[in-house]
Design a protein around this ligand. Structure first.
Ligand code: GLU
Length: 314
């Protein structure tokens, strides 16, 4: 929640001559073994270190749908979220049917989030359709993962209640279930090189299933928020070839409740420290100026627009 902290007492204590004001803002992210959490942390560090009167903190959450609903309820100021979820929230679709978030705005377009389908090699899964009859984690309610997986299942005519044995745990817990042999596969829409997948790839013989072909191409053609990404060979232990995977894009979002100057300050701080920002996670390494302003799902916040215009990006 946005809190205006008047540091009158603090300034008296340190003997400063005048009061100072600082805005405290919370960023909703995802699980600590995902990419949103470190990316939110990197953003917070850059803005806090810039000493521009803002204090950003990150919160680990259940993911995109939770984050947008929490912003809608005024419990988060900023959030990472998937392009499909942002689009659907802004346009009152799917999980936001009848409860759209008109005030939702994009701050920064970030990294691709391929829909990783990670299976134990013993499960014998090499295409999406092979998950029929398997025990598969489709993500917790509130995750963006579940949102994307259910849309894909629908496209394939799969019923999650009968065609697979669906688990609904958080992405951070899924690798342990796979390790214990309690599931065959898990889905995770996450930036390339996410820790949860790297970790399991070092202890288990895993398969990263390619998600390409007619059904996926039709989804990408039909909806503006889907895209293909290539996971380079060597990203995960034992996955030596490049893998083409259908997925979404990560967006940094807020609402119109946050003022123009604040959003401008956040974006311009990140742009001024772009190399540091990109160095914080492999998923950010290939960001281009276009990444920030394309595939956004909801209109740009005016403060972000101002920062991009000033940087000559628009
Ligand atoms: N895309 C995931 C979700 O919305 C979170 C990914 C991450 O934490 O990096 O559920």
């Amino acid at each position: 929640m946005k809190r205006l902290f008047i540091g009158l007492l603090a300034s008296l204590l340190v003997g400063a001559s005048s009061a100072f004001a600082q805005d405290f803002l919370t960023i909703g992210t995802g699980g600590v073994t995902g990419v949103y959490y470190p990316v939110g942390g990197a953003t917070a560090k850059i803005v806090n270190d810039a000493d521009v009167g803002l204090r950003l903190t990150v919160e680990s959450t259940g993911g995109s749908v939770f984050n947008i609903k929490a912003m809608q309820a005024g419990q988060l100021d900023l959030a990472l979220a998937q392009s499909d979820v942002v689009y659907q929230a802004f346009n009152s679709q799917e999980a936001f049917d009848g409860d759209g978030v008109d005030q939702l705005r994009t701050v920064m377009g970030l990294h691709p989030e391929p829909l990783h389908l990670v299976c134990d090699a013993s499960a014998g899964v090499s295409t999406f359709s092979d998950i029929a009859g398997k025990r598969v984690n489709i993500g917790n309610p509130g995750s963006g993962i579940r949102n994307t997986v259910l849309a894909v299942m629908d496209k394939f005519g799969f019923d999650p209640d009968s065609d697979i044995v669906a688990e609904s745990v958080r992405a951070a817990e899924a690798p342990d279930l796979l390790r214990d042999g309690r599931i065959d596969c898990f889905f995770y829409t996450v930036g390339i090189g996410g820790a949860a997948i790297q970790d399991i790839s070092t202890t288990n013989d895993i398969v990263l299933v390619p998600l390409e072909g007619a059904e996926f191409e039709a989804l990408v053609d039909e909806f503006p928020y889907y895209a293909f990404a290539t996971v380079p060979g060597g990203t995960y232990n034992g996955v030596d070839e490049d893998v083409t995977i259908f997925g979404v894009k990560a967006l940094f979002t807020t609402t119109t409740d946050l003022d123009e100057e604040t959003v401008y300050t956040i974006v311009s701080s990140v742009l001024a420290n772009l190399e540091d920002f990109q160095a914080t996670h492999p998923a950010l390494r290939n960001l281009t100026p276009e990444s920030f302003i394309q595939g956004l799902g909801a209109p740009l916040h005016p403060g972000a627009e101002r920062a991009y215009a000033e940087a000559g990006m628009m």
